[in-house]
Design a protein around this ligand. Structure first.
Ligand SMILES: Cc1cc2nc3c(=O)[nH]c(=O)nc-3n(C[C@H](O)[C@H](O)[C@H](O)COP(=O)(O)OP(=O)(O)OC[C@H]3O[C@@H](n4cnc5c(N)ncnc54)[C@H](O)[C@@H]3O)c2cc1C
Length: 292
């Protein structure tokens, strides 16, 4: 199959992109890396009248430190996320997650903004944003607002971006001393979407877990936090007993669906195994400790 005919317009600024969207009388889509949108067009799962190519907008690029946050432009390619020294130093969860995403050819084109705007619950980056407590910057014709990642994802492929508005950047808080973070996933083959993925972010002071943010992919309609498992970790040492309690509590947090070839019980078991594995790795400082 090939895509239905559409108009194409390349824009040079965010304002031009927003104006082009507003002026379109039919359906318009922003085109970033095209790694999800173009397959959807070719399969005729989507058939917009106009593609607005935002890939050359310089203002959507760049990874910078801004106060207590790391700002990552929406057009940051997955390969840039993987290679960035700033991201490795301040948000290594994203470096680890990007290594699991697809294959080099797709990582060379796919973007941070495209992945988050698509809001596929099987994707790695949405779960990372929730675990990191990031903010997402959304720009419309009436200005820019910031939304906490916990409030951004609404349902399967749905989020709070209004039609015609654009994701312009994400802002990740710089890690507090004692922060440990780790991303791992279980997939059939390296590069496949995760059967289950886990982004874990802990702050450990002395021997005590001060805070825990756990976000999983492929176990629900959005990237899922695990509040019961998080609560089982906080206020106590990160030891075998705490890990056993957290993995047991996970059953109260998640209710994955059945799908072809994978029962809900099997997916739940994978999530438990993954949580135990990631937390065990985080018991030792060498794994993910950010600052003394
Ligand atoms: C074979 C294959 C394997 C893959 N494996 C994985 C994987 O393992 N993990 C994973 O996470 N992803 C995977 N992907 C998807 C890939 O990561 C995409 O790059 C990503 O999902 C979308 O990014 P993009 O820049 O290509 O967006 P596009 O395809 O250009 O756009 C996707 C959607 O987001 C909208 N959009 C794009 N940018 C913005 C913006 N700034 N503001 C508002 N809306 C915007 C578009 O209008 C469109 O609706 C895979 C893709 C392929 C083809």
């Amino acid at each position: 199959m090939k895509a239905r005919a559409f108009d194409y317009r390349r824009v040079a600024s965010v304002a031009e992109a927003l104006d082009a969207y507003a002026a379109c009388e039919g359906e318009a889509r922003f085109l970033a890396g095209g790694q999800s949108l173009l397959p959807a067009l070719n399969l005729r799962l989507d058939a917009p009248d106009l593609l607005i190519d935002i890939g050359r907008i310089e203002a959507l690029r760049g990874i910078t430190l801004e106060g207590a946050q790391l700002r990552i432009g929406a057009l940051t390619r997955h390969a840039e996320t993987l290679a960035s020294e700033l991201i490795a130093a301040h948000a290594p969860l994203l470096t680890q997650a990007a290594a699991y995403m697809a294959h080099p050819a797709i990582r060379n084109l796919g973007t941070m903004g495209g992945s988050l705007a698509l809001s596929d619950p099987a994707s790695e980056l949405p779960a990372c944003m929730r675990a990191l407590g990031a903010e997402l910057e959304i720009t419309g014709r009436d200005g820019t607002r910031r939304v906490a990642a916990d409030d951004f994802f609404l349902d399967l492929f749905e989020n709070v971006i209004e039609p015609g508005a654009m994701l312009t950047a994400v802002r990740v808080p710089l890690p507090a001393p004692g922060t440990r973070m780790r991303f791992e996933e279980i997939a059939r083959r390296r590069g496949d979407y995760a059967l289950v993925g886990l982004a874990a972010h802990l702050v450990v002071t002395g021997a005590t877990v001060e805070s825990a943010r756990l976000a999983l992919c492929s176990v629900g309609p959005t990237p899922m936090r695990a509040p019961k498992a998080e609560a089982a970790l906080v206020g106590r040492p990160l030891d075998a007993a705490a890990i056993a309690d957290a993995t047991a509590a996970l059953a109260d947090d998640l209710a994955p669906d059945e799908d072809e070839g994978f029962s809900a019980a099997a997916r739940m078991q994978l999530a438990r195994v993954l949580l135990g594995r990631v937390l065990s790795a985080l018991m030792t400082r060498e794994h993910g400790e950010m600052a003394a």
